[in-house]
Ligand binder design. Structure first.
Ligand SMILES: Nc1ncnc2c1ncn2[C@@H]1O[C@H](COP(=O)(O)OP(=O)(O)OP(=O)(O)O)[C@@H](O)[C@H]1O
Ligand SMILES: [Mg+2]
Length: 498
């Protein structure tokens, strides 16, 4: 018996004659965890969409367990035992959790009726296995991003698959959830399941994958055992050159207080939080999922109803009832949920960039030329890879969509910038660009509220960090001696004190 589960021969993919995947011939071994890494737009998702029947290759063929297969659609791939956790959520918002998990594969009683009890019980089992606190009967709409991710994972592991493909499953998860997921992956591997794992978190790739394939610009760069590739080397092969210093130099902000929040409260979520940010300062917000950081940002933006609190920009008190009020007062917001409120994937790139700032382009008619000109500026600035400026956003790779989202929030020329998980799903090179750009904005006088679950980046970007826990500021750390441990102590409630 051969130890190869999947063999791809000369797989290429073109979209309107643009080649995004070029001649990929690899073998995926039975029972291994194979990592795929590469910059945004390198072709990772395209490759696994071909393996899972979503795209058909322009050229090349696939063998599965020694037999040549034609994967005409996702159902065909599923039949031979391939399941996929997609990069972008694929859930029906109006249905609840168990309905999504069993969509099209509903359990029935012997009498032919829907077996709700059975489906709920099974869903509860899956959630337990994932260590996730998700109610099987909850509507998808009410779930957090992390919970939605858990539902996608549950959907994929529900069937006994032979090849489980995960496209950046951990971008929205916290350390604890990631640990549970990794344990699950190792268990599945022990049962002989083969796993393909895409991630930009190279540390994770190194800890969980047996071998790693690097793609660059649609081309195969290498496939090696993980032990043979140090993290720096992975990054170097992805980018194709040496990457120096990822974070821009920190600066202590001496400017005036540009943004002040006093006793802001959202019932049950944010308990009277106060802070101020100077012009030129990047204030970090760390904490575990559910600590209230996103809710705080949403309250400031007028997305959530507040029960108390005052907000000042440049010393002037604001009355914010809806997001448009906040935008008008000079507050820009990059939300963490890039698929939800963030952007509209069926719109063109340039329409998304000008989504919030639209008023500036309408004098009185919307100037397409101006929109395109501005979009070109951001496309160059962030090296956004797009088929064209008026391509629909859904045709961009995940990370490139995130860059468009950032461009959108910056196009309003704000005084205060709130970013929530700004580099989620973004490759090392793009991270570097985004960090540099946020630093540059701060240097130009903006006050930046920097929310992130990646400790490394909050520590790398911020001179001062507020650690939130259960809606309150559990602690604050600053200066050159910030350590990961100290932040975690506050975040987990082991240490207290502002
Ligand atoms: N349906 C499509 N139509 C046109 N171009 C597409 C389509 N799907 C993907 N592309 C292009 O193919 C390239 C590779 O995209 P892909 O999604 O595979 O990248 P990726 O490596 O997964 O990136 P990321 O890390 O950002 O998720 C990108 O340049 C993207 O714009
Ligand atoms: Mg992708």
């Amino acid at each position: 018996m051969s130890d190869v589960l999947v063999r791809t021969s000369g797989i290429s993919k073109e979209f309107s004659s643009v080649r995004v995947l070029d001649d990929i011939s690899i073998e995926i071994r039975k029972g291994e965890i194979l990592g795929i890494i590469g910059e945004n737009g390198a072709g990772k998702s395209t490759f696994i969409k071909i393996l899972s029947g979503i795209y058909t290759p322009t050229q090349g063929s696939i063998e599965f367990d020694g037999r040549r297969v034609e994967l005409r659609d996702a159902a065909a791939a599923k039949r031979i035992g391939v399941s996929l956790i997609p990069q972008e959520f694929n859930l029906v918002e109006t249905l609840n959790v168990y309905e999504n998990i069993f969509l099209g594969e509903e359990l029935r009683t012997r009498g032919g009726l829907l077996d709700r009890r059975g489906m709920i019980a099974h869903t509860r089992e899956l959630m337990k296995e994932l260590g996730a606190a998700v109610d099987p009967s909850a509507s998808i709409r009410t779930l957090s991003v992390a919970q939605k991710q858990m539902v996608e994972i549950a959907k994929a592991i529900k069937i006994e698959s032979r090849l489980l493909i995960m496209d950046e499953p951990t971008t929205v998860l916290t350390v604890h959830e990631i640990d549970i997921l990794f344990a699950l992956m190792r268990r599945l591997k022990g049962k002989g399941v083969t796993i393909v794992y895409i991630s930009h978190k190279l540390k994770e790739v190194r800890s969980v994958c047996d071998r790693v394939m690097v793609l660059r610009d649609g081309r195969f760069i290498c496939l090696e055992t993980t032990d043979a590739l140090e993290i720096d080397e992975m990054a170097r092969r992805m980018v194709g050159r040496e990457l120096n210093q990822i974070f821009p130099p920190k600066r202590k902000a001496e400017g005036e207080v540009a943004f002040r929040v006093e006793g802001l409260a959202v019932p049950g979520l944010v308990a009277g939080l106060s802070f101020e940010i100077r012009s030129g300062e990047i204030l970090g917000f760390a904490g575990l999922i559910g600590a209230g950081r996103t809710e705080l940002a949403e309250a400031i933006m007028g997305i959530r109803r507040v029960s108390a609190g005052r907000i000042f920009v440049g010393g002037r008190e604001l009355r914010i009832r809806k997001p448009a009020d906040a935008v008008k007062a000079g507050i820009a917001y990059l939300s963490e949920d890039r698929q939800g409120a963030g952007i509209i994937t069926s719109f063109a790139v340039h329409k998304n960039v000008t989504l919030v700032s639209l008023g500036d382009y309408a004098r009185p008619l919307i100037s397409r030329a101006k929109e395109l000109e501005k979009t070109r500026f951001y496309v160059d600035r962030f090296e956004i890879k797009a088929p064209s400026l008026d391509a629909r956003l859904e045709n961009l790779s995940g990370g490139n969509q995130q860059k468009v989202s950032l461009a959108k929030s910056l196009d309003t020329d704000p005084k205060v910038l709130i970013v929530d998980e700004p580099t989620r799903g973004v490759d090392v090179k793009a991270k570097h660009d985004i960090y540099a750009f946020i630093r540059e904005l701060a240097d130009r006088g903006l006050a930046v509220m920097f929310i992130s679950s990646e400790l490394e980046e909050v520590m790398g970007m911020c001179e001062r960090i507020v650690v939130m826990r259960e809606g309150r500021a559990a602690g604050q750390v600053e200066g050159g001696h910030i350590t990961e441990e100290e932040i975690m102590y506050y975040a987990m409630g082991i240490k207290e004190g502002v």
